[in-house]
Write a protein that binds this ligand. Sequence first.
Ligand code: ADP
Ligand code: MG
Length: 333
Amino acid sequence: YFCNQVWTDTEKIRVCVRKRPLGAQEERRGEVDIAMVEERKSVLIHERKEAVDLTQYIQQHVFYFDEVFEETCTNYDVYLKTTYPLIQHVFNGGKATCFAYGQTGAGKTHTMIGTSQNPGLYALAAKDLFKELKTSKPGSRLFIWISFYEMYCGQLYDLLNGRKRLFAREDGNHVVQIVELREIKVDGVESLLEVISRGSKGRSTGASGVNTDSSRSHAVIQVQLKDPGDFVVGRISFVDLAGSERAADARDSDKQTKIEGAEINQSLLALKECIRALDQEHAHTPFRQSKLTLVLKDSFIGNSKTCMIANISPSHVATEHTLNTLRYADRVK
Ligand code: ADP
Ligand code: MG
């Protein structure tokens, strides 16, 4: 099957953009589509501007990426070009991480987690991992383990264990571990979907009944291949990042919102630098610059590959955020 899709050994970073369709409600409100995807490689943004004499004009911005997915693309289309080629890498003992970046409402959760009817990238990847496990050599028995946690305001919560507060620790070998993070062994896609769907509910309603806004937290699904001795053979992680527009909340807001905004801002800046460093030999990887990048340290060192999917809304109302997202993604390359 699609064996030509394998990432080359030297390719460590892939940066893609996904445009979602205009929603029915947005159409009713008269919002217009300002993002044109061309040849799956570039996206052209028509920014409406007003001149000093109040006449309107259009400023065009064009951005090129490894792949740009138009609004008709399905999660499976996105999967084939982003995550699928990483499956072999994971089987060969590599680490892979997929990030969904973008403004709240741009389609990050749809892409990464999706729903039981329309599963996201993690489920499509797991399906192929299960398939690969079945065909692998007898005697090389491997198992798939899942964990799912969220980081809110720099603090970790286990979404598979009643939102229990967790702590990360760096051991003597400089390996960062989340202590007592629950891992669940799954034997097929059905049980996997069930586990994640249960965890997702915990994301918006905490055990205490307090709602944390999912746009202000990063959620991480970790899929690990382990041998019967619990040794981690390979790992692929899916990160549904906090809404990128929240990073600006550091300015004029109430105290709590400011703290959250500052944390998100710092983690997204550090993330960009850490991904960029993957491609540069002898580069200094600043994973200590944020809690997010410290916890995900493993994703930025050694035999790791990273894929970023920058999600954008097509609506003219979101022009500013869309341009910010595209500029951020452009700088990750
Ligand atoms: P985010 O997680 O970035 O805040 P969501 O994934 O929740 O955004 O998407 C916002 C809304 O848009 C949801 O109702 C979702 O179902 C819808 N949506 C997002 N991406 C797509 C897509 N590619 N096709 C159809 N609907 C989408
Ligand atoms: Mg979301």
